[in-house]
Design a protein around this ligand. Structure first.
Ligand SMILES: Nc1nc2c(c(=O)[nH]1)N[C@H]1C(S)=C(S)[C@@H](COP(=O)(O)OP(=O)(O)OC[C@H]3O[C@@H](n4cnc5c(=O)[nH]c(N)nc54)[C@H](O)[C@@H]3O)O[C@H]1N2
Ligand SMILES: Nc1nc2c(c(=O)[nH]1)N[C@H]1C(S)=C(S)[C@@H](COP(=O)(O)OP(=O)(O)OC[C@H]3O[C@@H](n4cnc5c(=O)[nH]c(N)nc54)[C@H](O)[C@@H]3O)O[C@H]1N2
Ligand code: SF4
Ligand SMILES: [Mo]
Length: 871
């Protein structure tokens, strides 16, 4: 057997190391036992990576105006169009929109090209939607964007406070590390989130605060720390702004949080009494019009108690994307330069321009994401290059963003597939090499730089993103500046530049790696910066030294501000949005895995039972959401995990998978005035029952693109499963089914009751089931998971819609590693009397591989115990 290749998972900012081994059927992916992020663990998404490296749907050659082209023509066109726009309309008429999933080397070349050579800072990234508030908060408090803590701190803490973080689903391996530590040392866990999430299943306390009220809660905490004498006076000598921050905090009103004051007191007591406290925060904090203030309200409490940068003790912002941190280091955002240098500083600009020997350097920040797409929309930006992100679905006010991209003079998209909402609107689509085929570096949440290494050859004509950018630089006349032969060349130059940043007193200095050989770069093991300084375990700030000009930290005076969009008679619901366990963003990769698609196969909206009753929405109805910006339709999931008056919907579904369910169409483009980060978690909507004339469910061996008002498609082992609904009933279901599945000659089996509006149609070819459609006037009741297994088989009895009596229905998949369904687990709990997650694991294997489903198994157990207690 060949030696496994060490690389890094391309999903979340945990940055788990993986071992990639070639097998007869593809790529085997295992956790790297030596990687300090995961020590061998992987979550469900990491474990299923092997299922996503196939070439189905991949873009293999450049496309110009929808026609296949070659690199020479396509890149010359890009270079010419950008040059012409700069010549005729000035440098600010062009823009790049990048991604925290780019490798550091891709990012570095893009940033150098647009800032140093094209001469504009109109380069922003999806990190604006993700980490911008944390960046702003860190800079205000510390003088630089530094994450003080490390992963070990999660394990050494006695109290972990999770604010706006669904760690169990979004950073599952970190969550597992936390839960393992809890088992060992009894770590207390508090979750601060308006919604009850899977993360709460392992927590000691859940504080379901009102959306956007975190500043009020942390301000109250600060006043209590003061009143109860928990401040660290010695440490505060290194901190400015204490009095103002405290006075403002005293003016804060805890009642806006809507929390039970008794529970808040318990939380305060825990925080007060526990020196070793780590506060982990994520998008419930960042994605807010008060995002930066929320960050500073949290940092204030850590600074005032001196609980920062010490083992088991400090604030820890978890990064979302695999290289969100690398993008911050390399200066990918419109208001930064490279290596934590500032665009506002003439000294920093001169240093970077001198290093690059570049013809220009913008002296003001460029347009941030929301304003950038507005400028695209009103014609100020005439040439736009979008790389490794899908803004047509992920930006707020997404339908307006689609219109802007569509109307723009010239749009280039670099992606691994042309089948995205954004790529479909582009003039030029450039095929990028994908995760398993490319090489470079990424930095995770705790500043550990890891190598991504290619395990597969670049297919077709695909090229790495940095190479596309460098070639455009050369074609625009800057041959020497973009004369890179490899990603190692780029990395060395970047590391050298960081040395200049170090000389200018910045924290980010990896110049020790500036002359790394190609071989050493190939062999680079995970490296946490600061590289030269391991005296504090790679932590910052315990010594009270910060990066403001006087060396001190700053506490900010922050007052509560509610979300900008207000609920009212017309839009009575507060809409929260976020992630599910087994899908990654716009699903271009995770949806290729049948295993991952089985966990939650359809877009849904969580709605409280009281609201559902009032709106006459029943379980499995479809719900129509409307906001001032747009609308969305998704399945009702009635649950008291959300509070009354609030809804929660996932972000993942797109024009490719469920066009009516693009939730960002309903989100306004409001943003934080400090960070520019959009308020993606606090939209306002109305909710009504979607008035469907018919509902359908289909299984099919071949991919289909239905035309129904609502459809949602998920991959299965046997093909696809599709949920459907329409407002007008087709005259002839037989004809409609043939057209939908494009099977004009298939043998048709049909059961129909026209009066009741029920139809069941099976389409066979040569005795093999190709597709089946089940239609009803109400949401179709059926053993979906069983029906989904039938395409490709003889399946004569498919129309019964039921598994044979001797085949139990496993229900929706909970454990995607071993394909164990909810019903299987419930039956085992009942019949075998299983009382713990481990016992269920021993009996069914569920939860024993990646462990991502353990919180949900625990929830099932708790639910059955509650039911038993009630009986
Ligand atoms: N499975 C999966 N994992 C992922 C990703 C993915 O797509 N899928 N994406 C990655 C990326 S890029 C990111 S940024 C991270 C995001 O990771 P998280 O931030 O953990 O995930 P989200 O679901 O976006 O939001 C977290 C929580 O914020 C809560 N929230 C909403 N409003 C508020 C509020 O006002 N206050 C507080 N305190 N909480 C609030 C929501 O209810 C939600 O549970 O996940 C990463 N990991
Ligand atoms: N309402 C709401 N909106 C949100 C959020 C939310 O919580 N709520 N979260 C926000 C956050 S935190 C984030 S990070 C964004 C994420 O949103 P996006 O960045 O738009 O989502 P992705 O699906 O990750 O897009 C990545 C794209 O890159 C492509 N790709 C994959 N590999 C490569 C490669 O190697 N090279 C190139 N060139 N392309 C590649 C993929 O096919 C895909 O089209 O969404 C944001 N939007
Ligand atoms: S936690 Fe999961 S998604 Fe995140 S890096 Fe690790 S394996 Fe990948
Ligand atoms: Mo993100």
């Amino acid at each position: 057997m060949t030696k496994p290749i060490r690389s890094t998972c391309p999903y979340c900012g945990t940055g788990c190391g993986v071992l990639l081994t070639h097998t007869d059927t593809g790529l085997d992916v295992k956790g790297d036992p030596d990687h300090p992020a995961n020590y061998g663990r992987l979550c469900s998404k990491g474990s299923a990576l092997g299922e996503t490296v196939g070439l189905g749907g991949r873009l293999m050659a450049p496309q110009v105006n929808g026609q296949e082209s070659d690199w020479d023509d396509a890149l010359q066109l890009v270079a010419d169009k950008f040059a012409a726009s700069i010549r005729d309309h000035g440098p600010d008429s062009v823009a790049f929109y990048l991604s925290g999933q780019l490798l550091t080397e891709d990012y570095y070349v893009a940033n150098k090209l647009i800032k140093g050579y094209m001469g504009t800072a109109n380069v922003d990234t999806n990190s604006r939607l993700c980490m911008a508030s944390t960046v702003a908060g860190h800079k205000r408090a510390f003088g630089t964007d530094t994450v003080p803590q490390t992963y070990e701190d999660i394990e050494e803490a006695d109290l972990v406070v999770l604010v706006g973080s669904n760690l169990a689903w979004c950073h599952p391996v970190l969550y597992q590390r936390l839960i393992a530590a809890k088992a060992e040392r009894g770590t207390k866990i508090v979750v601060i989130d308006p919604r009850r999430t899977a993360t709460c299943d392992g927590a000691d306390m859940h504080l379901p605060l009102n959306a956007g009220s975190d500043v009020a809660l942390f301000n109250y905490l600060l006043t209590q720390l003061y009143e109860q004498g928990a401040l660290d006076a010695e440490f505060l000598a290194n901190v400015n702004g204490f009095d103002d921050a405290l006075n403002t905090a005293f003016n804060s009103d805890l009642s806006v949080t809507g929390l039970d004051p008794i529970k808040v007191k318990e939380f305060i007591k825990l925080f007060l009494c526990t020196e070793k406290t780590v506060t982990i925060f994520s998008q419930g904090v960042n994605q807010s019009s008060a995002g930066a203030d929320k960050v500073n309200a949290i940092l204030n409490c850590h600074l005032a108690t001196g609980r920062i940068g010490k083992p088991g003790c400090g604030p820890l912002s978890v990064t979302g994307q695999p290289n969100a941190m690398g993008g911050r280091e390399v200066g990918g955002l419109a208001n930064m330069l490279a290596c934590h240098l500032d665009i506002e500083s003439a000294e920093h600009r001169a240093a970077v321009q001198g290093f690059w020997q570049s013809p220009c350097m913008p002296d003001t920040a460029g347009l941030k994401a929301v304003d950038m797409f507005r400028a695209v929309g009103d014609g100020r930006i005439k040439a736009l290059w979008i790389i490794h992100t899908n803004p047509a679905v992920s930006m707020p006010d997404a339908s307006a963003v689609r219109a802007a991209i569509k109307g723009c003079d010239f749009v280039v998209v670099s992606d691994v597939t042309g089948l995205t909402d954004t790529a479909r609107l582009a003039d030029v689509v450039l095929p990028a090499t994908a995760w398993a085929e490319k090489s470079g570096t990424v930095t995770n949440t705790d500043r550990t730089i890891s190598r991504q290494r290619a395990a597969l050859p670049a297919p077709g004509h695909t090229r790495p993103d940095w190479a596309q950018l460098a070639e455009v630089g050369r074609r625009m006349g800057w041959s020497d500046a973009f004369d890179y032969n490899s990603e190692a060349d780029v990395f060395r130059e970047y590391a050298a530049l960081s040395g200049i940043a170090g000389e200018l007193g910045r924290d980010f200095d990896i110049s020790g790696l500036a002359s790394i050989s190609n071989e050493a770069f190939d062999a680079l093991t995970p490296t946490r910066w600061p590289i030269s300084d391991h005296k504090n375990g790679g932590r910052f700030f315990a010594d009270g030294q910060f990066f403001h000009s006087d060396g001190k930290a700053k506490m900010l005076a922050v007052a509560h501000r509610p979300p900008v969009a207000r609920t009212g008679a017309r839009y009575p619901f507060r809409l929260n949005t976020g992630r599910v366990r087994d899908q990654w963003h716009t699903m271009t990769r995770t949806a290729l895995s049948p295993r991952l698609s089985a966990h939650l196969a359809e877009p849904f909206v969580e709605i409280h039972p009281t609201d559902a009753r009032q709106l006459e929405i029943a379980a499995n109805d479809l719900v129509q959401l409307r906001s001032p910006q747009g609308s969305a339709v998704m399945r009702a999931k009635i649950t008291d995990a959300v509070q009354t008056g609030t809804l929660f919907a996932p972000i993942h579904w797109t024009g490719e998978t469920a066009p009516a369910a693009r939730i960002c169409d309903t989100v306004a483009g409001e943003y934080d005035p400090v960070s520019g980060q959009p308020e993606s978690k606090a939209a306002v909507v109305s909710a009504t029952r979607f008035k469907a004339a018919w509902y359908g469910f289909a299984v099919t061996a071949q991919d289909v693109t239905p035309t129904a008002d609502y459809w949602a498609k998920a991959k299965t082992q046997a093909g696809f499963r599709v949920e459907l609904a329409g407002t007008e009933t087709p005259e002839d279901w037989e004809k409609a089914a043939r057209a939908m599945f494009d099977l004009p000659k298939a043998d048709l089996q049909i059961l129909q009751d026209r009066n009741r509006g029920v139809a069941r149609i099976a389409l066979h070819e040569d005795g093999i089931l190709k597709a089946a459609l089940f239609v009803a006037p109400d949401p179709v009741a059926l053993m979906r998971d069983y029906a989904a297994t039938l395409p490709g088989q003889a399946a004569g009895d498919v129309l019964t819609g039921r598994a044979p009596a001797d085949m139990p229905n496993p229900g929706p998949t909970l454990c995607s590693c071993f394909n164990v369904g909810v019903n299987t687990i419930l039956t085992a709990i009942e019949t075998q009397g299983l009382m713990s997650v481990d016992a269920i694991g021993a009996a069914l294997q569920a939860g024993t591989n990646c462990g991502s489903c353990r919180p949900e198994i625990a929830a099932l157990l708790a639910q059955t115990k509650r039911l038993e207690a009630a009986e």
